[in-house]
Design a protein. Structure first.
Length: 210
């Protein structure tokens, strides 16, 4: 089953990278955001599931604080790549775009792994839940800022995405909405799953005592 998850994640990742680099000239922000969300909310968790508990799971012996540290690193990575000047560099250079995509996927995969391994550690579950909620909140904030901004932060001309012609502001707003619907929601769901697992473990512990 792990191999199936890995193959699925690898296939989706290859398609996402290919779509992003093939549409480099189009510069549609909503397209960038779609690829970003696929990598961090779909591919990264699938890779984490396939690596979890194996010899390549580098997070097996990390402390609970490492989970929170990774959530801060992911925050920096996500926000930094959305600064207008850095976004412009990624839009005009395939090398920079590749670096962006690799950083999104690598940091997110390590983060999801750390959260999956957080439950067995002392205080780990709370750290994992807190880290996932923090990531959900800062993605929500970024999504709201992109959606509610009074002017476009990226580009200055109309773009075409999936046959739709969008103004720069419409393009940005759709990208922000996509981050809210997919990115923020996926990390919130992860936190709820981790919380449910912890409550189930607590119930089993109470049953053993009684």
């Amino acid at each position: 089953m792990r191999k199936h998850w890995f193959c699925l994640a690898a296939l989706v990742t290859a398609l996402a990278f290919g779509a992003s680099l093939q549409t480099l000239v189009a510069r549609a922000f909503v397209g960038h955001m779609g690829v970003h969300m696929i990598l961090v909310a779909i591919c990264a968790p699938l890779f984490a599931i396939s690596f979890h508990g194996t010899a390549v799971d580098v997070s097996r012996h990390w402390q609970a604080t490492s989970t929170l540290l990774l959530s801060l690193i992911e925050l920096v990575v996500i926000w930094a790549w959305h600064f207008p000047a850095i976004r412009q560099a990624a839009e005009t250079s395939s090398a920079v775009r590749t670096l962006e995509l690799v950083s999104f996927l690598t940091v997110a995969t390590l983060f999801w792994l750390a959260c999956m391994n957080s439950a067995p550690r002392q205080g780990g579950t709370l750290a994992g839940i807190g880290a996932l909620l923090l990531t959900s909140m800062h993605m929500t904030l970024l999504g709201v800022l992109l959606t509610m901004a009074p002017r476009a932060l990226y580009g200055g001309t109309e773009v075409t995405c999936l046959g739709l012609t969008l103004t720069p502001l419409e393009d940005q707003q759709l990208g922000g909405i996509l981050m809210l619907l997919v990115g923020a929601a996926s990390y919130l769901v992860g936190a709820l799953i981790l919380l449910g697992r912890q409550l189930a473990n607590a119930d089993r512990w109470q049953e053993r005592r009684s």
